[in-house]
Write a protein that binds this ligand. Structure first.
Ligand SMILES: [Zn+2]
Length: 86
C-alpha cells in the first residue's frame, strides 16, 4: 500500500550511504495497522543518520496522512496523536 523511498547519498556531503540497521514500524491507517520494514542509513563520512521515508506518512508519525486527515475531518473523533521524538 505504501512505498518506501530510500536515501542513497548523504544530503550533507554526497557520500554514498551504508545500511546501519533495520527495524519494523507500525503505521495506523484507516484500513488497519500495517507494518513496514524500514532501513536506517548512516553516512560513512560525516556520520549523519538517515532513514527510509514512507510515501503517505509524514516524518516519524505512526499514522498515515490519509488516516490523520480523515480523523481531522471527523468531528466525532476526539483523537489524540503523539509523535515519538527521535
Ligand atoms: Zn555525509
Amino acid at each position: 500500500m505504501f512505498s518506501l523511498v530510500s536515501p542513497t547519498y548523504c544530503d550533507f556531503c554526497g557520500t554514498k550511504l551504508n545500511v546501519n540497521s533495520n527495524c519494523t514500524r507500525s503505521i495506523i491507517t484507516s484500513y488497519g495497522t500495517i507494518t513496514c520494514n524500514i532501513t536506517y542509513w548512516i553516512c560513512p563520512n560525516c556520520k549523519k543518520h538517515f532513514h527510509d521515508n514512507i510515501v503517505g506518512v509524514s516524518g516519524s508519525a505512526n499514522y498515515s496522512d490519509e488516516f490523520y486527515n480523515k480523523c481531522l475531518s471527523d468531528t466525532m473523533v476526539d483523537a489524540v496523536f503523539t509523535i515519538p521524538a527521535d
